[in-house]
Design a protein around this ligand. Sequence first.
Ligand code: 4AD
Ligand code: MG
Length: 441
Amino acid sequence: MSAPISTIAEIGKHEGQAVTIRGWLYNLRESGKLLFPQFRDGSGVIQGVVPKNAVPPEVFDAIKELTQESSVIVEGKVRADKRAPSGYELDVSNVQVVQRVSESTPYPITPKEHGTEFLMEHRHLWVRSLRQAAILRVRAEIIRAARDFFDGNGFTLTDPPIITPAACEGTSTLFPVDYFEEQAYLTQSGQLYIEATAMALGKVYSFGPTFRAEKSKTRRHLTEFWMVEPEVAYGTLDDVMELAEGLLTFLVKRCLERRRADFQTIGRDVGKLEKIEAPFPRITYDEAVQKLQEGHSQGALENKFEYGGDLGSPDETYLSSQYDKPVMVHRYPASVKAFYMEPDPQHPELALCVDVLAPEGYGEIIGGSQRMASHDLLLQRIHEQNLPEEAFQWYLDLRKFGSVPHSGFGMGIERAVAWICGLEHVRETIPFPRMLHRLYP
Ligand code: 4AD
Ligand code: MG
């Protein structure tokens, strides 16, 4: 194979010339003395054309015998073809079979429909399907865009630890770790640590894996997920609501600019994403409750929402399907939220917090708040919630040495990907999802 190597995505640059592509057989059609092998290489798919009389017999036979997902290096001439999805076809002249998949163990994922369990069990192969690969490209784009957004707005990336001595988001959902005979846990959120780095650097963010051990089976729940969390010294709840709005519009715009082809592969209605512009509606928890109760009396919600409770999945789904933009629900009762949230000075029973619910029924993708600035009140909350005071000494220190109002939020990458791609379930948004009863592969 002497022709220059090209990816399928960039093959248009070589129109009329011979190229070498390195990939896998995606599909093979035969029509009389013609073979139509489709090759994929991770960047795209291209159809090859192989007339029997145009190539040496051994090349024709090698291609004819190719099995799905056999690895191949192919040489051929690039020809523009308006009907081809990629715009090009390859007139194949030579092939080198790197590894032929044996007929005795054929590739298990065929174009026919497979059940979810089967696909999850074969996730290491399922990621090769065009749709799954497109989702992973959108995920990568969202991650890159989130970093660009914070890097470009004066935030410094500071990485919190993953092994921690205490809970951030409630003690019932911790994964224990035996840390040289000391009790430790996998982090639920980097927040407490980036509150410390925000006092050092002003505007910071973290981006890393986080863990939740609740035995939840909803389509929004992973036990291991990635969270991006900004934290702003002197920032108020209003400031971080604006920041969340800025981040989400930036992410959607970036994906629309760069990932159109992937959205098409996924079958995403991009018209819905094109409506995502600031400002987003902002409603209080009280207003949300009113809407939920109306929804119930109109028969759209099974259960009557009782004032004072946290929103459940069906409540979020109902609320977020009322808008074609993300809706920001703020000021929940402090009793249903985390210990570190600042009370609303006007209504101390409410917390200065916000949940951002994505439209189309996706529900919460961002949770954030203003953090408690008072040392004494924070210590009281730690006691009320039976949290181990020793483990929080350093966190209390932040309220002794130049305490300031500060705020931040966390966005779950997988929830954002599910919404932006329009997926049913978060399990398709991460290469190898970890869920209740799912630890393999
Ligand atoms: O609302 P959460 O629990 O907030 C926090 O952890 C704060 N400490 C963040 C902060 O203020 N810095 O989680 C934040 C986001 C959720 O809105 C959701 O997008 C995602 O993390 N998330 C999950 N994603 C997938 N599976 C789970 N089990 C998730 N739990 C939370
Ligand atoms: Mg939350």
